[in-house]
Ligand binder design. Structure first.
Ligand code: AAO
Length: 512
């Protein structure tokens, strides 16, 4: 009996690390700034049929509306209340999206902004997406309600009231992050408002949460909130299912706060992943692909079953947050596809793909002064819909990396090899590497400035495979390269460094 209780406890307590994605679906996509109606359509027409596990959506609640700069993307990280109306749509549209996506097995993960409200000194009156009145100077948010007693300013010990030193954990938690009014999360009343907000979303059917600015909340306060979240809605999830939690904690080492303070509460963003991968694929500082043999914990990352991994995110693709110039983004398409391909083939962590919109960068003294530019929008500031072109790409400035053949096919690869061990590593001592996932998949990269031509042990059963990077299996033919695996599991790979995509991937569901 005791062991049964223990197993039950382990099962339950470990669940918030579990993505809750449907079996055989391993990856989520951040449809950054997409409208709810467009996400619902994308779930049904693309994400479900192609085996994506879920969508991280932009913040769903009432946020400030900023005029200068004009409607920046980051206005959604400045809450005014927990009403479910935002730049992406109203509550009815949100509910409709969750239902439609859940019904095709693509689950919804909400970006929860619970550390703060809007910036101090912000506007008053109806500068909010729901038209809620607020007065930031007076810390008055009647639509919650919050008043000045619900904020940390009295606790903060810096002169400015801002975080001045990231090595002082007290400042990081009790002072304002970039001027944002910092909520007093040790207060029962404040915790109650946040728990109600998140439990309302759970009742609607969401599968989990990204916890924004988690580093800026004391772990004990975070735990008190997470422990009070309800189990997921049994219309779509088994009884007792805990919400998936992934906490945004930027830790590249060298600061007073570590990801280890949060890995007991849920998964945590591993920012070292994208920063290091960008360095290696750009071959900066003498880094080379052959060094990736021990990628993962071997590189000092957190335990794989606690990590949320990504090549870029909405912050560091535009110089916010952490990672710097090494971060690979859609602007560097060729090497970006290699980075995302490597992430999706490698077993480390739970993977999230970024799906962006285009903006015109303008670097002044190394900083993109256009880093604030919001999503494709009409003259009145409302966000544009996402048009889908005949060739399956997106129009009107939406980049839709998740629809790029190489990336979509690697998300399927990750599903096909799920649970299979990292195996059959090979490298040329430079930037040509290959590895497999058990007997279900194999990938080869050529990031050197010369031809790759080598016969490798793939671990795969004999057969003719379609390379899912240069093309894919369509009916009984390959639209790109064909790879023949012999009865002893070996195959010859020839990849020119001048190829559109200097890597190839095969798996057992792409075999003729
Ligand atoms: C906007 C304006 C502000 C204005 C404010 C209030 O830009 O000028 O004062 O409104 O009116 C987003 C935007 C912000 C925006 C905010 C609110 O990025 O520009 O402010 O919405 O509209 C820290 C946090 C991290 C946070 C990141 C941006 O720790 O949680 O800053 N990310 C999340 C969201 C983000 C959002 C918020 C939080 C707020 O993803 O979109 O902000 O809701 C170090 C620290 C990090 C710290 C960074 C940046 O990182 O370690 O914790 O992130 O600095 O401050 C190397 C180091 C690395 C370092 C990095 C950058 O890589 O190794 O540790 O350099 O210095």
């Amino acid at each position: 009996m005791k062991c049964l209780i223990l197993l039950l406890f382990i099962g339950l307590s470990s669940a918030q690390f579990n993505s809750n994605t449907r079996a055989g679906r391993t990856t989520i996509v951040h449809l950054f700034e997409w409208r709810w109606d467009d996400i619902a359509a994308e779930c049904e027409r693309y994400l479900g049929p192609n085996g994506f596990g879920g969508v991280q959506v932009s913040p769903v609640n009432d946020h400030i509306v900023l005029q200068n700069p004009w409607r920046p993307w980051y206005e959604r990280y400045q809450p005014i209340s927990y009403k479910l109306c935002s730049r992406s749509g109203n509550e009815q549209q949100f509910r409709n999206m969750v239902t439609r996506c859940n019904n095709v097995g693509v689950y919804i993960y909400v970006d929860a902004i619970i550390n703060h409200m809007c910036g101090g000194g912000g506007g008053t009156g109806t500068h909010s997406s729901c038209g809620s009145y607020f007065n930031a100077n007076a810390k008055d948010f009647p639509s919650v309600p919050y008043s000045e007693w619900d904020f940390n300013d009295a606790k903060c010990r810096t002169g400015s009231g801002e975080i001045e030193n990231y090595n002082d954990a007290y400042q990081v938690r009790d002072c304002r992050l970039v001027g944002l009014l910092d909520l007093a999360l040790e207060k029962e009343y404040v915790r109650g408002r946040i728990v109600d907000f998140m439990n309302n979303l759970i009742s609607i059917g969401v599968a989990g949460f990204r916890i924004d600015a988690a580093k800026h909340m004391w772990p004990g306060d975070m735990k008190a909130i997470l422990d009070r979240l309800n189990n997921l809605n049994t219309s779509w999830f088994a009884g007792g299912t805990r919400p998936f939690i992934f906490q945004e904690v930027i830790d590249l080492g060298g600061e007073g706060i570590s990801v280890n303070e949060y890995t007991g509460l849920g998964r945590v963003t591993e920012f070292k992943y994208g920063a290091k991968l960008g360095h290696v694929i750009r071959k900066w500082d003498g880094e080379r692909l052959s060094y990736l043999r021990n990628w993962g914990e071997g590189w000092g990352f957190m335990a794989s079953n606690r990590a949320l991994v990504f090549v870029d995110n909405h912050d560091n693709q535009r110089g916010h947050g952490a990672g710097g110039a090494s971060i690979l983004t859609f602007f560097d398409a060729r090497i970006y596809k290699m980075g995302v391909g490597f992430m999706l083939a490698h077993p480390y962590g739970f993977a999230r793909i970024m799906s962006s919109y285009r903006w015109t960068r303008n670097f002044v003294n190394g900083k993109d002064v256009n880093d604030w530019i919001g999503p494709p929008a009409h003259a009145d500031g409302t966000t544009k819909n996402v048009p889908i072109n005949a060739d399956s790409t997106c129009g009107d400035g939406w980049v839709c990396e998740h629809r790029w053949r190489q990336i979509k096919n690697m998300a399927i690869f990750r599903n096909v090899v799920d649970g299979q061990a990292f195996s059959n590593w090979w490298d040329n001592g430079s930037n040509q590497v290959a590895f497999g996932r058990g007997n279900r998949g194999f990938i080869v990269f050529n990031n050197d400035d010369w031809q790759l031509d080598v016969t490798l042990s793939t671990g795969l059963p004999a057969g003719t495979y379609c390379d899912v990077i240069s093309g894919q299996k369509e009916g009984s033919r390959c639209t790109g390269r064909q790879i023949s695996v012999a009865s002893n599991g070996t195959a010859r790979f020839q990849i020119s460094n001048n190829d559109e995509d200097p890597f190839a991937a095969i798996h057992v569901d792409a075999r003729l």
